[in-house]
Design a protein around this ligand. Structure first.
Ligand SMILES: Nc1ncnc2c1ncn2[C@@H]1O[C@H](COP(=O)(O)OP(=O)(O)OP(=O)(O)O)[C@@H](O)[C@H]1O
Ligand SMILES: [Mg+2]
Length: 394
């Protein structure tokens, strides 16, 4: 099983397109998404100038003489880490070597069988180091009730739509988590069941404990009750998140407002941390102490992203973005006003803000923030050669 890959293929002959259609229907890819397009290499370059890249791009190209040069153009619009498989009309070991040295995962001379394509896909991820791993986004409220879960849920939903890739949202607020209400879910099993016997947890059990919200988003809900569940522990979470990392492109962690070994661990290891604060002194103090603890531990990782939520323009006593910037040296990355109308409607209907109030400013701000957190903005990136990319990855 090739798990949850997103693959785009750009073909230039009917024969290769037919082989790829058979690959699409293969059981090994039943959990993955393979999209077929025409246009070969030039089609791919045009597409990714305006859209995020998937994990794998398959290119069929005829013009061997200019292939290497045009692949450089593809590199300019591709995310680092995207695997590229090339199918061509020439069976030439020299060309094969050049392409591999430039960072292409494999070169297959035509005609290609479905089996050869499947083997090349499996080969591209055979090294555990290069296996696709999710990006972890940890959401934390500087104070209870600041809107952190609402943001986490909306961000997870937006990320799925933006990336068109699998996203997992994990509700870690065992006693009071709101995910089943906010997403209007009927969760028969929850994160508590997934963590009951971490040593027995595997992808099948994880799958069973999650509920699908839409095509991209799956939710590992919390029971949201005050029964006496066992306390969360770093070991079990590590195992669960290792699995989740292989099953999705992004994992959003909704971390409750409490300080324990495991919350500290998650906030330290996450690729991105989102701290939601409301504009008052208590939130400012708590955001400051969080920054003091996390700052030295998150070396090499981005500083937490601050969100100011529930800002009321008419309230004179509230703090400003500048107060936060001066005190904790963080510029808020998103400022959301207090909007009881759309937020209340979304909460009451068990839907996301972008579904009940699509064109609303807050929905657009959330969507934009999700794009930034995804690390995959649909924009032309700075030209970098395949070789430089390989070096920076190695
Ligand atoms: N910008 C906003 N305007 C109006 N209401 C909001 C806004 N953001 C969040 N809310 C509402 O605030 C309430 C609390 O939000 P939420 O449960 O997400 O907070 P939290 O930080 O996760 O709280 P807890 O500490 O209980 O986990 C919800 O009813 C939500 O709909
Ligand atoms: Mg919450």
């Amino acid at each position: 099983m090739i798990y949850r890959l997103t693959i785009d293929a750009f073909t230039s002959t009917a024969e290769t397109a037919e082989s790829l259609r058979q690959v699409q229907g293969d059981r090994a890819l039943s959990k993955s998404r393979l999209m077929l397009h025409d246009g070969g290499l030039d089609g791919a370059i045009a597409q990714y100038a305006a859209a995020p890249t998937p994990q794998v791009v398959i290119i069929e190209d005829e013009a061997a003489a200019t292939l290497v040069e045009r692949l450089e153009h593809l590199a300019e619009v591709c995310e680092p880490g995207t695997k590229v498989l090339v199918i061509g009309g020439v069976n030439d070991i020299g060309l094969y070597r050049t392409l591999i040295s430039k960072g292409v995962s494999d070169y297959l001379p035509r005609p290609v069988t479905p089996r050869q394509i499947l083997d090349a896909l499996a080969g591209a991820f055979s090294d555990p180091q290069s296996a696709p791993k999710a990006r972890f986004i940890a959401c934390w409220g500087a104070r209870g009730g600041s809107g952190s879960s609402t943001l986490a849920q909306n961000l997870a939903w937006s990320l799925g739509r933006h990336l068109q890739e699998a996203v997992i949202y994990v509700d870690l607020d065992i006693a009071f988590g709101t995910s089943v209400l906010s997403y209007n879910l009927d969760a028969k099993q929850t994160v508590v069941d997934a963590l009951a016997h971490p040593e027995r947890l595997d992808e099948v059990l994880m799958d069973r404990c999650m509920v699908e919200y839409d095509e991209f988003l799956r939710v590992l809900a919390s029971p949201g009750d005050c029964r006496n569940h066992s306390a969360l522990a770093v070991d079990g979470l590590e195992r669960m998140l290792d699995l989740a990392a292989r099953m999705a492109s992004v994992v959003v962690l909704d971390i409750p407002h409490l300080w324990a070994d495991w919350t500290e661990y998650l906030l330290t290891m996450a690729d991105e941390v989102v701290v939601t604060a409301i504009p008052d002194f208590a939130s400012l103090r708590d955001a400051k102490s969080l920054m003091e603890v996390l700052g030295p531990r998150r070396t090499g990782l981005p500083v937490p992203r601050l969100v100011l939520n529930r800002v009321e323009a008419a309230r004179k006593t509230q703090l400003t973005a500048k107060d936060f910037e001066d005190t904790i040296k963080l510029v808020p990355q998103m400022i959301l006003p207090f909007e009881p109308g759309p937020f209340g409607e979304a909460a009451n209907s068990g839907q996301m803000l972008g579904e009940v109030a699509r064109g609303h400013k807050a929905s657009l701000a959330l969507a934009q923030f999700a794009v930034m957190l995804s690390g995959k903005a649909p924009a032309v990136r700075k030209p970098v050669s395949w070789l430089d990319r390989l070096r920076s990855r190695g």
